[in-house]
Design a protein around this ligand. Structure first.
Ligand SMILES: Nc1ncnc2c1ncn2[C@@H]1O[C@H](COP(=O)(O)OP(=O)(O)OP(=O)(O)O)[C@@H](O)[C@H]1O
Ligand SMILES: [Mg+2]
Length: 148
């Protein structure tokens, strides 16, 4: 059961929350990749959250839903460190093998990789145990609840 929750009142607030979370995670200075799973409703704000992460990482490219690509990759350089953001969207996959075939094991086992996954329930069996799970719920037009 999630212990924490936050209500955001705009996409901007969801992006600000993403930035805050990322700062905290990077401070942990883990020797592994960072894996962030985004669960929840269609239009819940998962891609919006990812845009906030990308912005915090100094990524200039537009981050949108990679639904038709399954995965998109962005290079970033922040505080003299190089990171790679991987944005997975598993909504349309029919089999976890599709994700494994993209080099999943290597991606999740490399330091300085930040991996964000929309619709992670589709690949539950291959998710690493060490990860952050966030759940997005639609409250009304501009309000979302994020539990973690
Ligand atoms: N508080 C909020 N937080 C995030 N997005 C919000 C909020 N209020 C309104 N929105 C709007 O809701 C939409 C969220 O869409 P987004 O693509 O981020 O959802 P998603 O969870 O990725 O959906 P999908 O499952 O279809 O990929 C955007 O159009 C955004 O502007
Ligand atoms: Mg999305």
């Amino acid at each position: 059961m999630p212990k924490n929750q936050i209500i955001t009142k705009s996409s901007r607030e969801t992006k600000m929350f993403a930035k805050k979370i990322l700062k905290k995670l990077l401070k942990l200075n883990s020797s592994k990749s960072l894996v962030i799973c985004l669960y929840g409703d269609l239009g819940g704000g998962k891609t919006t959250f990812t845009q906030g992460l990308a912005k915090e990482l100094g990524i200039k490219e537009t981050v949108n839903s990679p639904t038709f690509l399954i995965m998109k990759k962005y290079k970033s350089s922040k505080n003299n460190k190089k990171y790679t953001l991987y944005h997975f969207d598993c909504y349309r996959i029919s089999n976890q093998q599709e994700i494994l075939d993209l080099g999943w094991e290597e991606i999740i086992n490399s330091k300085n990789n930040i991996i964000v996954i929309e619709w992670p329930e589709k690949i539950e069996k291959i998710l690493p145990k060490e990860r952050l799970d966030l759940k997005f719920e639609f409250i009304d037009k501009n309000t979302r609840k994020i539990s973690f």
